[in-house]
Design a protein around this ligand. Structure first.
Ligand code: NOJ
Length: 739
């Protein structure tokens, strides 16, 4: 055993020294380039333009941008894609005096050519391997198209479904969000940057953008340091630990200081405390926007504040390009700050191998081969299946028999293709998405399908209701496909009303009035409010926007070829008034202990406190039992890991996957603690009758909390543990006393 340990020790030491040597070698190459650079050339590396106009028809702006590229005044372009265009633009950069290659970047958020489920949907899979795999495919495809760098993953915790960008993240939970951040970074980048089929990732938006006030995009954020450190920063830290190459700052202020001009975030936490070596890009024009915020009088002051605060690259403000040289010359900005930012960027260009071959990623043959690889469709289908959440299944309405003869497919999203792709689609052909109609048709070829849209998504007319009702009356099974359109979530798509748009809920009521069992499939980029459907539908399938293979994955679930396994990564409110709503709330001094007694309790007089569907909720076609709980110690030391294990059994009739969830509560502490916090989970596949022992481990880190003055700390005392199938459905409980 000792020999094995010494071998592992030596191997780790050897690898660390190799890593160190490689780092030194790149640093030397960076220094050798730095020595040749003039101040304007250095500033050029900090400048990023969008390339839409560069590849389009000739214009003044186009000539202006091309000139800047030729003169070495640009370090990176976003929105230039494809081998042809990236080659062409790179060739222009190589005409500059020092021939420093450009970095090509793009918002590859949930797939490139192959569209994967929107990130929130994929997070509902709680399946880290499929999440990593989908990022890998997105990287393979975009890298083959000349892209070096994606602006993903968005790791903002979001507890407000009014915010349109909730679709882009991993939901409300810090632990789940951190695991997913890690999986996505590793998927995009691989274990080590520099492979030709992987791209740089970018953890965004630093920081706390998901807490934009009132769910309105670009709004301020005010929060305690404790909330910031405990809830919002850990996914960024997880991305850093996974080696994320870049960060993007954000549009919001944090406690009065714009994130872009925020030294506490970018210098103190990121670059000092976390010792982060990558670079920070601003969000689109966020440097310039510090002026309308009232934080910088003009572009010059904005540039000064941003660079001093640690924003290394300027996306589309032209603030650095226009102002930094003057700021150095008049002594307001130390050139050392600029040098540091330039070095961070050049380092990444070396790591990607661009100095050795600037066209490394732009290979036409590879582009053609990779872009049409059918095996990616299989990954997209698997991701889509796993992202679906079965919210309700009264009387085992689902799955449907494949022998069903006559099926009514009703609702405005039955034929949806573009909508299934969701927001942030930059390359894919959205006409190729598989609709629910196509998926069902393919699945039950002999059945008669009667398709009636009934109403449009945002329509005010009920003229189509009659046909829908008739179709339902004559059907053996009724499936309704309702929801938002793709453009109702995403950036700048906040809503104050998150109920089903248009007349869709009325359409449902009319169809349900036929007395037929009704199965509802809901598509959306966020949690919606759909109260009468919750009450009256016989089954509810939450299908988000599932991408390429949406219709096939939904048909697999409807007809039992895939047993749903998704769990909600975000709470679903009963109404907008409950927002923000999340499972890890505080007890308060006046908790509601009996729902019937709410007098002078922390409650609403017109609605319960709990959500419509809780974080972690999601049903299956089989059943699971939890038993045989064991704890490694009931009285552990402060620095000891505590193991908790139990037996999970599939007690139903079909194979299924369960996401077992471990929650913890630190009962008394010098900072009040939430009623429960997710600390671990496992997604396990079990055949009927099969059991598996599952072990979760609580490290000291998981027991700690953030104190405003003292930082991270652990206190002795009681810790309660809860293991369950959802945050509101706990199956096993125990506790231990930390010494
Ligand atoms: C603004 C968005 O906030 C950011 O997430 C995105 O990466 C940039 N635009 C670039 O498109």
């Amino acid at each position: 055993m000792n020999k094995i340990f010494s071998f592992i020790f030596l191997l780790t030491a050897f690898m660390a020294s190799q890593g160190h040597a490689q780092r030194k070698a790149i640093e030397q190459r960076v220094d050798s380039v730095m020595k040749l650079m003039t101040l304007p050339e250095k500033i050029g590396q900090l400048n990023q333009y969008s390339g839409r106009e560069v590849t389009g028809p000739s214009s003044d702006r186009k000539n202006y941008l091309l000139n800047d590229i030729k003169n070495g005044m640009v370090g990176s372009m976003l929105n230039v894609k494809g081998v042809k265009d990236t080659r062409e633009i790179q060739a222009i950069a190589l005409q500059s005096r020092l021939k420093i290659p450009l970095l090509f970047s793009l918002d590859v958020i949930h797939g490139y050519k192959t569209v994967f489920p929107i990130p929130l949907a994929e997070s509902a899979s709680w399946d880290l391997s499929i999440i990593r795999k989908s990022a890998e495919v997105a990287a393979e495809e975009s890298a083959a198209s000349g892209i070096h760098w994606t602006f993903a993953p968005m790791v903002d915790i979001a507890r407000d479904p009014r915010w349109g960008r909730v679709m882009e993240g991993a939901g409300e939970d810090t632990y789940l969000g951190s695991q997913i951040a890690r999986a996505r970074v590793l998927g995009f980048q691989g274990d080590k940057l520099g492979s030709v089929d992987r791209i740089m990732a970018c953890a965004k938006h630093f920081a706390a953008y998901g807490a934009s006030m009132a769910g309105r995009d670009y709004n301020p954020v005010d929060m305690s340091r404790q909330q910031l450190h405990e809830i919002y920063l850990p996914p960024f830290k997880a991305a850093t630990d996974a080696g994320v190459a870049t960060f993007m700052n954000s549009f919001n202020t944090l406690n009065g200081i714009p994130a872009t001009g925020n030294s506490y975030l970018q210098r103190d936490i990121l670059k000092k405390q976390w010792n982060y070596k990558g670079f920070v890009v601003s969000d689109w024009a966020s440097i310039k926007e510090m002026t309308p915020w009232g934080f910088a009088k003009n572009l010059s002051e904005a540039a000064e504040k941003a660079i001093i605060a640690g924003s290394d690259m300027d996306m589309e403000s032209e603030a650095y390009k226009k102002e930094l040289e003057k700021l150095v010359n008049n002594g307001k900005v130390d050139v050392k700050i600029i040098d540091e930012a330039v070095k961070r960027i050049l380092y990444k260009k070396f790591e990607l191998g661009l100095f050795d071959n600037p066209y490394r990623f732009s290979d036409e043959k590879r582009e053609q081969k990779v872009m049409n690889d059918p095996k990616y469709k299989e990954v997209a289908k698997s991701a889509a299946q796993r992202s679906i959440v079965l919210l309700k299944n009264a009387n085992n309405t689902l799955p449907l028999s494949k022998a069903t003869n006559n099926i009514a497919l009703i609702g405005p999203l039955v034929n949806a293709k573009r909508d299934q792709a969701g927001s942030w689609v930059v390359y894919a052909d959205t006409a190729n998405m598989v609709s629910v109609y196509e998926g069902v048709k393919q699945k039950v070829k002999a059945a008669k399908l009667n398709v009636v849209e009934g109403t449009a998504i945002t329509d005010t007319s009920t003229a189509g209701f009659k046909d829908a009702v008739n179709a339902a009356k004559n059907a053996d099974a009724v499936v309704m496909v309702l929801g938002e359109n793709w453009d109702m979530s995403g950036e700048a798509k906040s809503r104050t009303d998150i109920s089903l748009p248009g007349k869709q809920e009325e359409l449902f009521n009319a169809v349900k009035a036929t007395g037929k069992p009704v199965i509802v499939v809901l598509m959306a980029g966020r949690p919606l409010v759909f109260n009468s459907i919750v009450e009256e539908a016989d089954a509810i399938v939450y299908a988000w926007f599932l991408g390429d293979q949406g219709g096939n994955a939904i048909a697999d679930v409807l007809f039992g070829d895939y047993n749903p396994s998704g769990k909600l990564p975000i709470s679903f409110p009963r109404n907008v008034g409950q927002i923000p709503i999340f499972y890890n709330f505080y007890n308060t001094g006046r908790p509601v202990t009996k729902p019937t007694d709410i007098r002078y309790k922390s409650a609403y007089i017109d609605a319960p406190n709990d959500p419509q569907y809780a974080f972690g909720h999601g049903l299956s076609y089989t059943t699971f039992s939890y038993s045989d709980l064991k704890l490694s110690s009931t009285n552990p030391q402060k620095n000891e890991n505590v193991k908790v294990s139990f037996k999970l059994t599939n007690t139903g009739k079909v194979i299924g996957e369960e996401v077992a969830q471990l929650y913890m509560q630190d009962t008394f502490a010098s900072v009040v603690r939430p009623v429960k916090e997710l600390k671990d989970f496992a997604k396990v596949t079990l055949k009927p009758g099969e059991s598996k022992e599952i072990t979760f481990e609580l490290t000291p880190e998981k027991l700690s909390f953030y104190h405003e003055e003292k930082g991270w700390m652990i206190e002795p005392g009681e810790f309660r543990l809860m293991i369950g199938t959802a945050s509101n459905d706990i199956k096993l409980k125990t506790s231990f006393e930390l010494k």
